[in-house]
Design a protein around this ligand. Structure first.
Ligand code: SF4
Length: 222
């Protein structure tokens, strides 16, 4: 059962969200370059364990070479492996992209579905990828748990979980729906700028007075 959120905790969460809005705006943006739903789907599959910047470099040529979902479905796997080599885990990714494209053609008329169960039935598509598609393409409120959201949410004290799916449910419970998609966009900026994995810049962070890990550290005298 979801934990009860006290009035005080609600106010703390609201303050975090207001500050995120103030610093990073409420502008919706996608960090993966794409022109349509299937391109975003493939870019998101490629982004596993890889930076968005690297994926954008690779997809610039990739989407010229494979201009349709049919082109990916008919791709030569060895050639595709070479094309996406620099994104890492290229063997799995190439196999998943081809299987995913074939299933889209066979079962979904070549269209990317919006339903989470349909999306996660595609090869290489987990909840994270499905939620990226739902939020960015279909504008369905969706919580995307990537590496930044996982780390920063734990530090802020919005979740104690380590499993991405459990974090997703904690955040859906803690955040108002109008922030589900925005939160990921803002936290990516926060995680890249101030709350980096190795060296969080807590003294300079505008959230430090509402951040559980910073406040805990202060109490311990760190
Ligand atoms: S205070 Fe430190 S740990 Fe907390 S959100 Fe800011 S940078 Fe991250």
């Amino acid at each position: 059962m979801a934990r009860r959120i006290t009035k005080q905790e609600r106010e703390r969460i609201q303050e975090i969200l207001d500050l995120l809005d103030e610093h990073y705006t409420r502008e919706y943006k996608c960090y993966l370059d794409h022109e349509n739903a299937w391109q975003l789907l493939i870019a998101t599959i490629l982004s596993a364990q890889c930076t968005d910047a690297r994926v954008n470099i690779v997809t610039k040529d990739l989407f010229k070479k494979y201009p349709s979902i049919e082109a990916f479905a008919n791709a030569d796997i060895k050639e595709l492996e070479q094309d996406i080599h620099s994104t890492g885990f290229y063997k799995n990714k190439a196999r998943n992209i081809i299987l995913c494209a074939r299933k889209l053609l066979l079962e979904f008329g070549g269209e990317v579905p919006s339903d989470i169960d349909a999306l996660t039935s595609l090869a290489g598509v987990g909840r994270k990828t499905a939620n990226v598609i739902r939020g960015n393409i279909f504008h369905e409120p969706s919580v995307v748990v990537d590496t930044h959201v996982k780390r920063v949410s734990q530090r802020l004290g919005l979740t104690k979980e380590t499993d991405p799916e459990k974090i997703e449910y904690d955040l859906m419970h803690a955040l108002p729906k109008d922030h589900w998609t925005l939160y990921n966009i803002q936290i990516i900026q926060h995680g890249r700028g101030l709350c980096e994995a190795r060296k969080p810049q807590c003294e300079a962070c505008f959230l430090n007075h509402v951040c559980k890990s910073y406040q805990k550290g202060k109490k311990r005298g760190n």
